[in-house]
Design a protein around this ligand. Sequence first.
Ligand code: FAD
Ligand code: PHB
Length: 400
Amino acid sequence: MKNMRTQIGIVGAGPAGLVLSHLLHLEGIESVVIENRSRQYVEERVRAGVLEQGTVDMMVETGVGERLKREGLVHYGVNLRFSRRTHHINFAELAGGQGITIYAQHEVIKDLSNARLAAGGQIFYEVEDVSVDNFEPHSSSKPSIRFRKDGEPYELTSDFIAGCDGFHGICRPSIPSGVLEVFERVYPFAWLGILAEAPPSSEELIYAYHERGFALLSMRSPTISRLYIQCSPEEDILNWPDARIWEELHRRLATDDGWKLTEGPVTQKGITPMRSFVIEPMQYGKMFLAGDAAHIVPPTGAKGLNLAVADVRVLARAFSEFYKSGRTHLLEEYSRTCLRRVWKVQRFSWWMTSMLHLFEGDNAFDQRRQLAELDYVTGSRAASQSLAENYVGLPMDWGS
Ligand code: FAD
Ligand code: PHB
């Protein structure tokens, strides 16, 4: 068995794990990251694309925002489309000049892993049989992460473990049953998403409500479109040849003002189920859960990555206080501090989802109510401002 020692053992090299490792490094705190996938896999996995202003500012201020500033597309609004008309929500005017930036999650991952490795940081990719031990409140030994790398067994001991291993990771299920309370809602629909080599047909995102179901037009660059349609969670992607997807997008995004959807070769497609999920608390003993390991939001508010980043900002600050002064106050407050934001973001993501999707079993009354809500949100300054301030990202609560 090879033995290693660090201050913070981090499970998962997604946005939560890598941002945490980066922020800790800037505070002079050592960490080791363990990841079960290959570097290439995590750097190519197609996922989120919308960064809140606070996420962008953090990346720029901590020295990993160079490429983001150069290549990211800054937007100062989004569009809501319903009844064949488009309504613009103007963030510049409604959210104090803040905006969002379109920059793919896997590009964020590349920038962070490059920065960590260039600074001598340790990331172990393609590890197997990961397990976490001795993190329980009364454990007399140091927390440890065991794993295999190239067939060899390793044990990494640390002062604390950060469980940043996503929704399907091993950290959350390693906490004894009965400790965590689970809050969950599974939606009766999914998103079928494509990447297409087509210039985006709109400068800013379009969220569309339609009697055939929700559709979203997003993008990755001036030449790549990212598009989604609501579908059944049981849908088989094989039943969706490209032509059928485009046909559905044309129908759901249609307007009366001559707007045209540009098509192009589809380079990637997949189906994502939708759920809202929170565990409380986000800590047990010396293990802290962050990001999708602790909570999931439906993608309609574009919040998952941003919430993962917000968690680890709070966590890095708490570790920093602990190592500087020995005080455990911020660590003890970690879960409570994060959960205040988590629940507000849950509310917003649920609200956007409920307003824009068709729910099986809903009747004509419910559809008229959804249209009235869209009409209100786009017609009232107070309502559109509420959407705008949530979409660009609520201010951080540091819990101090
Ligand atoms: P993850 O990114 O899941 O990272 C966890 C890491 O841990 C992974 O690399 C995984 O391989 C690794 N791991 C798992 N198990 C183990 C183990 N046993 N040992 C070691 N490593 C392990 N969010 C937004 O903010 N904006 C958006 O526009 C947006 N759009 C989305 C669109 C889609 C289609 C999807 C699927 C998600 C979207 N999200 C969006 C959500 C966002 O991608 C996630 O919330 C984000 O990836 C969470 O980061 P994380 O680091 O917590 O978890
Ligand atoms: C994306 O570009 O992938 C995207 C944009 C907005 C969302 C979700 C996903 O709400």
